[in-house]
Write a protein that binds this ligand. Structure first.
Ligand code: PHE
Length: 347
């Protein structure tokens, strides 16, 4: 054994002189200390030795190992220096600068238009209680959107089964504010919402909405129209007009869907397929949001005297508005994190 260790040491010294790179260094480490190395083979012989010899050879082998290790380590530092000399003439590595996501920019821009009208911006909750997402908004238990496959319920034990969910719209923010504060109120509430929709060019299981509402003693539909007209003219273009189509939402009465006249083709309504506007597809109108007067039952659920107070509410999809404004034709582009796409909107 004595001779074998000696031979190994000599061999190592020779190899050691020839090291040129950190790769060689690693190869040497594996050759001399790796699992299949001659050294390990010697080590594995220890248990077979006589009792008094075990200690002696164990010590000798350890000394050998420590010597090799420290020599390899000493070379490791040098190796780096030799190989990675700093080249002061090399071009510098430019750092990528981050910027706000287009959806954040659009959302902030929308909120700030309403803030200038006196609305305050609040954040609701993404994990919502069923009562806030449905019941308080006059959505009865037999409503299809309350089915398991239409809503993301959170599985947090038998006791709270069906109680917590990922909100399917930002309207529960209305309830949270109205329950906690007294009118007059004018609030805007942006955030993520979740629906188990199949992902395609216009659908995603997660998207963003902006809720807006106002409650005061003499609030009426004309206030809603005025606020929305101001918003679309600030956001899209000064010339746009609004169109209100009757609709149904359980939490507003009356309810409407709102279109704006196409700000690209200026509402030309071209029938000829070759000359059709690519944004409104020749229809001249673009749907932008849903709204209405807050249903008395909703005010009541929040403890507000519905005989004394009236309110309006609206909800819009941020992705939809951003797609219209910038002519984006696939919602998935927002979420894929492709910098080439996102860069176009960074300021
Ligand atoms: N919550 C509705 C939706 O998600 C939008 C809406 C909000 C409609 C407020 C009317 C009033 O479709």
């Amino acid at each position: 054994m004595e001779n074998e260790i000696k031979r190994l040491e000599e061999e190592f010294q020779k190899d050691f002189q020839e090291i040129k790179s950190s790769k060689d260094l690693e190869a040497l480490r594996i050759k001399y200390l790796g699992r299949k190395s001659a050294f390990m083979q010697l080590f594995s012989r220890i248990p077979t030795l006589a009792k008094e010899e075990k200690g002696i050879w164990g010590k000798k082998l350890n000394t050998f190992k420590n010597k090799i290790t420290s020599l390899l380590e000493s070379k490791a530092g040098q190796g780096e220096n030799n190989e990675e000399k700093i080249d002061l003439t090399a071009p510098s590595v430019s750092r990528e600068e981050g910027s706000r996501h287009v959806l954040s920019t659009v959302s902030k821009e929308i909120c700030s238009i309403f803030e200038r009208l006196g609305f305050i911006t609040i954040e609701g909750k993404e994990i919502e209680e069923e009562w806030y997402n449905f019941e308080a908004l006059n959505i009865p238990s037999e409503h299809p959107s309350r089915e398991d496959f239409d809503t993301f319920y959170l599985d947090i034990g038998e006791k709270d089964k069906g109680k917590y969910l990922l909100r399917s719209h930002t309207s529960p923010s209305q309830i949270r504010v109205m329950k906690e504060s007294k009118p007059p109120l004018a609030v805007i509430s942006p955030g993520r919402v979740y629906r188990p929709d199949e992902v395609d060019a216009t659908h995603s299981f997660m998207f963003h909405q902006i809720e807006g509402f106002a409650v005061a003693k003499d609030m009426n539909f004309a206030h809603l129209k005025g606020v929305l007209l101001h918003f679309v003219r600030e956001f899209f273009s000064t010339g746009v007009e609004l169109r209100f189509r009757p609709h149904f939402f359980p939490f507003t009465e009356p309810s409407v869907e709102v279109d704006i006249s196409c700000f690209i083709c200026k509402n030309k309504k071209v029938e000829d397929s070759k000359k059709k506007c690519s944004v409104c597809k020749g229809k001249g109108w673009l749907e932008i949001l849903g709204c209405g007067m807050i249903h008395p039952k909703v005010l009541k659920a929040c403890g507000i005297d519905f005989k004394k107070y009236k309110g309006f509410a609206f909800g819009m999809g941020v992705e939809r508005i951003a797609m219209l404004k910038y002519g984006i034709n696939d919602i998935r582009l927002f979420y894929e994190n492709d910098v080439r796409f996102l860069k176009q909107f960074s300021l």
